[in-house]
Design a protein around this ligand. Structure first.
Ligand SMILES: NC(=O)c1ccc[n+]([C@@H]2O[C@H](COP(=O)([O-])OP(=O)(O)OC[C@H]3O[C@@H](n4cnc5c(N)ncnc54)[C@H](OP(=O)(O)O)[C@@H]3O)[C@@H](O)[C@H]2O)c1
Length: 375
């Protein structure tokens, strides 16, 4: 069915953005004047500079979409997470990145994500200490960028700052690096005792009138904090952890967000790499420059126990596949990360299989792992 739809999209349906041609007709007519990038193209040659390519992509069947209230439009439900693209870096005296990554891999990942139809990209001002935002400046104009602010610091020091003055400073810096005003800016994990009544002092409406900000929201570390943030009028979207091993948001947060018509971005569908098939057979160590190497032994052991239990009870072909499809089953946006193009391709294949059916969701809901003592 997906193949039929894809063929219709590419070969039959005219697109107003492509001069009322089908993508295939458009490609045939204009390829000789501007071929656009090949999958192996090098970003340093600026493959997205051509106006024609900017309007043209072959949709490859990423079917699941969700309505983004903040942007007022439907978008593919997969959001490309860019933390990995910052490579290894230190912030606040500790490794803060997710291990090494070359610039060419980062560029190839972004290109492939965009070409697959993904249009929303999640980042933060501190990912790669600003380098990831600069990389995202190459995205075509129809992509949306979600960024975050509130971490003041250097490789050796760090503190939280959610003042209006720092927000304005961060917005100016992010807009410069991104070469655009971010579409959605999130407070980056405020402290658990943060009083959301203080948001009035940020004067978000005034910043919006001044063209410094479009959407505004909060990235939260706990569901109870997210539930409070959601009620604030300035908050249009929240980002929280959600995956097979951390399902707290489902019963309380989702229904309330739906009622308020606010966006919920679900991050870390693979529980930061633990909900993948590689932990089923053996333990797997993280590089010392990877933030995950600093997880406590207790936290790490719980995650590995839980993914193995899940695998035994579900008896599925691939935990990685089920992990992603589980998160895609709630008509919300799913922010996933990946390290290389093979992982991205596998995730696109999994996503194309769509949401899990109700019977599978019921089986999953019955599995009890207890709670991670560190969460
Ligand atoms: N607001 C916040 O505070 C916050 C916090 C966390 C994340 N985020 C955002 O959410 C995004 C996703 O979070 P995340 O990357 O931590 O968690 P994740 O998406 O659960 O895990 C990503 C990791 O899973 C592994 N993986 C992904 N696809 C795979 C595949 N097909 N096969 C095998 N392994 C695979 C890779 O691990 P390896 O690298 O080990 O190969 C990858 O780095 C981030 O990029 C970031 O944009 C935001």
């Amino acid at each position: 069915m997906i193949e039929t739809w894809r063929r219709h999209y590419n070969h039959v349906r005219p697109h107003s953005s492509l001069k009322d041609l089908t993508p295939i007709e458009f490609k045939t007519r204009y390829a000789s004047t501007n071929p656009g990038p090949s999958p192996s193209s090098n970003w340093s040659e600026d493959p997205w500079a051509g106006q024609i390519y900017e309007r043209f992509h072959l949709w490859d069947g990423l079917m699941l979409k969700a309505f983004f209230n903040t942007f007022g439009r439907e978008e593919p439900a997969l959001i490309f997470g860019t933390w990995q693209l910052g490579g290894a870096y230190r912030f606040g005296g500790k490794p803060d990145g997710l291990g090494g990554m070359t610039r060419s891999t980062a560029q190839a990942l972004l290109e492939r994500a965009y070409d697959s139809g993904i249009r929303v990209f999640d980042t933060a001002d501190i990912y790669g200490l600003g380098t990831v935002e600069s990389l995202l400046s190459r995205l075509p104009g129809d992509a949306f960028v979600v960024t975050k602010f509130g971490n003041r610091g250097t490789p050796e020091t760090r503190c939280k700052d959610f003042s209006r003055a720092y927000l304005v400073e961060c917005l100016q810096r992010s807009s410069e690096r991104l070469s655009r005003v971010p579409d959605l800016v999130l407070m980056h994990n405020p402290p658990l005792d943060f009083d959301f009544a203080q948001l009035a002092a940020l004067e978000i409406d005034r910043l919006r009138d001044d063209g410094l900000v479009k959407g505004f929201g909060v990235s939260c570390t706990t569901i109870s904090q997210a539930s409070v943030a959601l009620e604030n009028d300035s908050v249009q979207a929240i980002e929280v952890n959600f995956n097979l091993l951390d399902r707290h948001a489902e019963s309380s947060l989702f229904p309330r967000a739906d009622k308020l018509k606010k966006d919920v971005l679900l991050r870390a569908p693979f529980c930061s790499g633990f909900l993948t098939d590689r932990f089923l057979e053996r333990d797997y160590g993280f590089d010392p420059n990877d933030r995950r190497s600093t997880l406590s032994a207790e936290d790490r052991a719980w995650r590995i126990m839980a993914v193995r239990k899940l695998n035994r009870e579900l008896e599925v072909g691939s935990i990685t596949e089920v992990a992603l499809r589980f998160c895609l089953s709630f008509s919300k946006f799913v922010v996933f990360g990946c390290r290389n193009v093979d992982q991205l391709e596998a995730n696109l294949r999994h996503a194309r299989l769509g949401a899990l059916d109700e019977a599978a969701l019921q089986r999953i809901r019955k599995i009890d792992f207890g709670t991670n003592p560190c969460w």
